[in-house]
Design a protein around this ligand. Structure first.
Ligand SMILES: Cc1ncc(COP(=O)(O)O)c(C=O)c1O
Length: 370
C-alpha cells in the first residue's frame, strides 16, 4: 500500500494553478517587467505602510511571494549540502505538519505519537479526523524521552500510517541520536511515514554537518526559522525529504502560504549565518547557566538540546501551584497541558529568566520541597 493518501497517490495532480510569476520567469529564462496580469494591487501607494516600515516592506507587501521559494531553497541547499529538490519551504513547522497529514492520511487513519509531546501535532491529527494513539515517555533518573521501542511496537500493532517524533523533543528537551531515529524508521510498517519534527535542530552540536541533514527515505524532517533564526512572527520553515515525497506534498500545499516578506527575511538571515551562530551560542550558554542555577536549588533539570530547560517536579499539583504563583506575579513559564507531563515546567533560556529574583518563587518552592 502507498504511504500517501489514496486519492493523491492514484492520480496525476492536483496541480497548483498558480506556480507564480517568478517560476514563469525562470521557465521562460527572462524577466517580465510589465506585470499587468496578476491582479495584485501593484499601484497601491502604501503611504501608511511605508511611513511605518519603509519602502522595502511596502514593495514586498504588494506582490505575491515566490511559491517555489527558490532563493531560500537555493541558500539552504548550499549550506546543508542537499539538492534543492529535497527541500520544501512552508509557513513554519506547524504548517508543514498539517501539510504532511493532508498528504499522508485520510480521516480514520491511525496516527501515533508520545503522550505529552508538542501538542499542535495532536490538534491537527484530531482536526483531520484521524485516529490518534499515544505511548508513554520513558522516565527515569536524568531522563525523560519519547520511547522509540514502544512507538515502533505500537505502530506495528495498530498499523499506523504516521508516527510523529519531535527530536530534540518539546517539552523534555531530549535528543535521540540519529542512529536511534533511523532504527525507529526501519522498525515501522513499510507504508508508515515518520514525521520528524526538528524545530530545535539548530541547537544540536552537529547541526551543520551534512550527516545531520541527510535525506532519509520514509522520513519527513521538519525545520523552522522560528527558534534559532528568530523569525517566529513571519512563519517560515522547511522540510527535508525525498523529491518523490515533496511531489506529493506539493499536490496539497497552499502555494502562497509563505509571504514575500517572510521569504525575504529568511533569505537575509541565511545570508548572515554568523549572526545565527552567535545567537545559538548565547542561547546555549544561558540554558546551561539556568540549568545550573536550578540544580543548585535542588531542581531535577532534564538535559536539553533546545532553547529551553525542562524542570521535573514530583507531581502535577506542585508544578501547577508554582506555575499559578508565577503567573500571578506576571511571569509566564510553561506547564504542559497534557496530563502525562503536567509535572513539568518549561522555561525559555532568555536573559529575562536569569534576572535576579525573577524565578525566586520557583527557587524557594524547590528549596522548601513545596
Ligand atoms: C517541536 C516544535 N515543533 C514546531 C514548533 C512550531 O514551529 P513553527 O513556528 O515553525 O510553526 C514548535 C514551537 O514551539 C515546537 O516546539
Amino acid at each position: 500500500m502507498s504511504r500517501f493518501a489514496r486519492h493523491l497517490g492514484n492520480q496525476d495532480g492536483p496541480h497548483n494553478p498558480f506556480p507564480g510569476l517568478q517560476a514563469l520567469e525562470r521557465r521562460l529564462g527572462h524577466a517580465l517587467p510589465h506585470r499587468i496580469g496578476s491582479n495584485e494591487g501593484l499601484d497601491m501607494p502604501h503611504r501608511a505602510l511605508t511611513a511605518r516600515f519603509g519602502e522595502d516592506v511596502a514593495e514586498l507587501a504588494r506582490t505575491y511571494g515566490d511559491a517555489e521559494a527558490w532563493q531560500v531553497r537555493r541558500r539552504l541547499a548550499e549550506s546543508l549540502e542537499l539538492p534543492m529538490e529535497a527541500l520544501l519551504v512552508d509557513a513554519g513547522a506547524d504548517s508543514l505538519m498539517a501539510l504532511a497529514l493532508r498528504a499522508l492520511c485520510e480521516p480514520g487513519d491511525t496516527v501515533l505519537t508520545s503522550a505529552g509531546t508538542y501538542p499542535t501535532w495532536s490538534y491537527f491529527v484530531q482536526g483531520h479526523g484521524c485516529r490518534q494513539l499515544e505511548v508513554a515517555y520513558t522516565s527515569r533518573a536524568d531522563l525523560l524521552a519519547p520511547d522509540l521501542d514502544a512507538l515502533a511496537a505500537e505502530a506495528n500493532r495498530e498499523s499506523a500510517r504516521v508516527v510523529y517524533l519531535a527530536n530534540p523533543d518539546n517539552p523534555s528537551g531530549h535528543l535521540h541520536a540519529d542512529a536511534e531515529v533511523l532504527a525507529l524508521r526501519d522498525a515501522l510498517p513499510h507504508d508508515c511515514t515518520l514525521v520528524l519534527d526538528e524545530a530545535y535542530h539548530d541547537f544540536r552540536d552537529d547541526a551543520a554537518s551534512p550527516a545531520a541533514n541527510a535525506i532519509w527515505p520514509g522520513v519527513i524532517r521538519l525545520r523552522t526559522f522560528s527558534k534559532a533564526h528568530g523569525l517566529a512572527g513571519l512563519r517560515v520553515g522547511y522540510a527535508i525529504a525525498t523529491p518523490e515525497t515533496h511531489a506529493m506534498l506539493l499536490k496539497v500545499r497552499i502555494h502562497y502560504a509563505v509571504s514575500s516578506l517572510a521569504l525575504a527575511a529568511a533569505e537575509t538571515v541565511l545570508a548572515h549565518p554568523d549572526e545565527t551562530r552567535e545567537h545559538v551560542t548565547a542561547v546555549i550558554s544561558r540554558r546551561e547557566a539556568l540549568s545550573t542555577w536550578l540544580r543548585e536549588r535542588g531542581g531535577d533539570v532534564l538535559p536539553s538540546t533546545t532553547n529551553f530547560v525542562a524542570l521535573r517536579l514530583s507531581d502535577a499539583e506542585r508544578a501547577s501551584a508554582i506555575h499559578r504563583q508565577l503567573l500571578a506575579e506576571g511571569t509566564l513559564i510553561h506547564r504542559p497541558a497534557h496530563p502525562a507531563l503536567g509535572h513539568l515546567l518549561r522555561i525559555s533560556a532568555l536573559d529575562e529568566a536569569l534576572v535576579p529574583g525573577r524565578l525566586e518563587t520557583l527557587a524557594s518552592a524547590l528549596r522548601n520541597g513545596e
